[in-house]
Design a binder for this molecule. Sequence first.
Ligand code: RP5
Length: 151
Amino acid sequence: MGSRSDWETMRHASDVLTELGIAHETRVVSAHRTPERLYDYARTARDRGLRVVIAGAGGAAHLPGMAAAMTPLPVLGVPVESHALKGMDSLLSIAQMPAGIPVGTLAIGRAGAVNAGLLAAAILAVSDPALAGRLDNYRRRQSESVAETPA
Ligand code: RP5
């Protein structure tokens, strides 16, 4: 994530990964304030064994796109809700990538962070039957938790 202030949103992605038993790391890497940290992080990500990157940032949110430019791993972008524009700036700056460097863009805020965790899990589950089973169970539990009446 681009700042410690993003953790309140991005912790929801981490929580999903933990719930599904997916090893992961959490790091603050700012495209603007720590560009060399971003370069090192993205350039070494695959060789360090990472398989998917979830990048959350707000405002002029260049982190996911720049990360995607520097790693062949799939990058999922989470637009963090900004104060001034309610995350519309984050969303558009993450989604509007030029053809050739994709970022899988999720929804603004908590829903996007949760779904980034779930989408990362689905990507990994393609080649991990045990994880696929855990993901099936997650969805089954979710379906069972939905009430049939409003009150
Ligand atoms: C972005 O600027 C971060 O991703 C964060 O969403 C936003 C504000 O950062 P702080 O000023 O709270 O550190 O780079």
